[in-house]
Write a protein that binds this ligand. Structure first.
Ligand SMILES: Cc1cc2nc3c(=O)[nH]c(=O)nc-3n(C[C@H](O)[C@H](O)[C@H](O)COP(=O)(O)O)c2cc1C
Length: 215
């Protein structure tokens, strides 16, 4: 990965509609997305991978009136992922995580497993009743998966642009997402840039002395 190149690169706003991510590259990226970690291994996500014109058009038709400018980006991108997060955290989900960890052999020692499960429940109760930020906390996990996947895409030579410009209520309704217990958090458009339309000006970020404090 060429970090210097990445540091001066604009996020892609104009994708080349004639280019499609090869199947194996997409699968590798999705394997990576599946592998991203989450706090207490809570895994609060479900991902909708839109590869077809029909899927992308359904998303574009439901972005909401004020977000129409993102439509072309999605239609021209090779793929767009809808990253959704659990809208609540029922005990059945926590049990599902524990069952999978047991099946995968994460904690072969029953005492260690019991300790982990009790610490997890304690932490989740703190988020729910103490800090009262359970949904926000789960969405933070989604953003971490988003950021890591953007970096993985760069490694694979794929441009990845996150999109927050959409109406989540409308997108949830169009894909019947709330019915699954999830809600849309953020979109990720993936593909290859249209070189004719790429921004070429400098990127603008605060200077390092404003950003870093060394102690
Ligand atoms: C989380 C996130 C959401 C974004 N959502 C949108 C969006 O909906 N539409 C869009 O055109 N750009 C979107 N952007 C791009 C930012 O506006 C852009 O990265 C920022 O203005 C800096 O521009 P640069 O990447 O060209 O330096 C998003 C970027 C991030 C990190």
């Amino acid at each position: 990965m060429d970090l210097d190149k990445l540091m001066s690169k604009h996020l892609t706003r104009a994708f080349d509609p004639s280019k499609t991510i090869p199947a194996e590259t997409l699968q590798q990226l999705l394997r990576f997305l599946r592998s991203t970690p989450s706090s207490t291994n809570i895994q609060p996500n479900h991902f909708y991978v839109l590869a077809t014109a029909e899927g992308k058009e359904r998303l574009v038709a439901n972005l909401g009136e004020r977000f129409q400018d993102n439509g072309e980006k999605i239609l021209n991108a090779s793929h767009t992922i809808i990253l959704t997060t659990r809208a609540d955290l029922p005990d059945s989900h926590i049990e599902e995580v524990f069952s999978k960890e047991t099946a995968d052999g994460r904690f072969p020692d029953p005492a260690k497993r019991a300790l982990w499960q009790s610490m997890t429940r304690d932490f989740l109760n703190l988020r729910k009743y103490g800090y009262k930020d359970l949904n926000h906390w789960m969405e933070k996990q989604t953003y971490m998966a988003l950021g890591m996947t953007m970096m993985a895409a760069a490694e694979l030579g794929v441009d990845a642009t996150p999109l927050e410009g959409f109406d989540p209520t409308s997108v949830d309704k169009a894909f019947k997402i709330r019915e699954t217990g999830h809600t849309t958090t953020v979109l990720l458009a993936l593909g290859y840039p249209d070189p004719e339309k790429a921004y070429t000006g400098p990127t603008s970020r605060f200077d390092a002395d404003q950003l870093f404090t060394f102690l």
